[in-house]
Design a protein around this ligand. Sequence first.
Ligand SMILES: NC(=O)c1ccc[n+]([C@@H]2O[C@H](COP(=O)([O-])OP(=O)(O)OC[C@H]3O[C@@H](n4cnc5c(N)ncnc54)[C@H](O)[C@@H]3O)[C@@H](O)[C@H]2O)c1
Length: 344
Amino acid sequence: MTPSSPMIGVGLIGAGRIGTSHAQILAERVPGAQLTMVADTRTDAAGSLADRFGADAVADPLQLIKDNSVEAVVIAASAEAHADLIVACAAAGKPIFCEKPASLTLEESARSLAAVEAAGVILQVGFNRRFARDFRATHDAIVRGAIGMPQLLRSLTRDPGLANPGAVPPWTIFLQTLIHDFDALLWLNPEADPVEVYATADALVAPDFKASGLLDTAIVVITFDNGARAVAEASFSAAYGYDVRAEVFGSAGMVTAGNGARTAMMLRDATGLHQETARGDVELMGDAYAAEFVEFVAAIQQARQPYVTGRDARRALAVALACIESVRTHAPIPIDRSAATLAR
Ligand SMILES: NC(=O)c1ccc[n+]([C@@H]2O[C@H](COP(=O)([O-])OP(=O)(O)OC[C@H]3O[C@@H](n4cnc5c(N)ncnc54)[C@H](O)[C@@H]3O)[C@@H](O)[C@H]2O)c1
């Protein structure tokens, strides 16, 4: 970035549900970023989103990556496209923000991380919980020793509902939903690596879709090499809205984050005590999405690694893949140590 051009031109790939939210956040809440181009293979979606923010629209993401107006790329396309798009951005030497999961297999992950590291570009992955203020404060309390040694951890995701169960790819609950919880749990147990998982899952929300591979309810036990145990759980249908939480219990105390409330407002009336729950991730996590993009811009401007990287994404993916194997075999599964061990 030259001092005469303080705005970073951002290209967004994927104009679907989260891409639409990211475009608005980039335009309104991230000083230093300017949305210059939107790409989506659905040209109508790219066109209408780009029009809202005065950006250009293209169908081909490779055209966006090469465009001179694009100095950094945000990938919010469907998960199966992520690894190839990361490799293409790295080849063009452009900093990358990629939604989770950054890849769907450890082979794809190795290939895309090698491309990123060889090119020396930034790769930040969309684990937005790390940027939610209560989750960050929880993490910081653990790091400064406020709860002693973490022993029991829990993390959960409850989604408000399945709009279209037939369109959900198999194993989404582990690869795209619980992957947030896996990243949170690894981050909240910072001195340890995960060694084994046991996972069980079912279709309680949309049982008619179980035969085609949809699992909508899952629980996972993770064992860490410092002896700590963690539980992660997810449901695709919470009647009350979107809800993400974490709790870490240690030798000297306990710390919690998240309560599913849209704001801290509490109403007391003749019928009792009321709080407004969030109807979706965009509503509950809006501030965290904004903060993760502020971090992305800062990492680019300061030429440093972002707070959450492709290496973190690989660790969480290793846990998710072991969960799939555990459900298939009904057995505890060791986690691939080469992928899940963090250099400390
Ligand atoms: N961090 C979060 O909280 C969060 C929340 C929601 C979704 N996500 C992730 O974001 C990604 C997108 O999710 P979504 O809910 O927006 O999905 P979506 O289906 O609503 O949108 C995906 C869009 O990508 C487009 N697309 C697919 N392949 C493409 C390609 N090769 N080039 C250009 N465009 C392409 C599709 O046409 C579609 O418009 C997923 O990986 C999902 O897991 C993350």
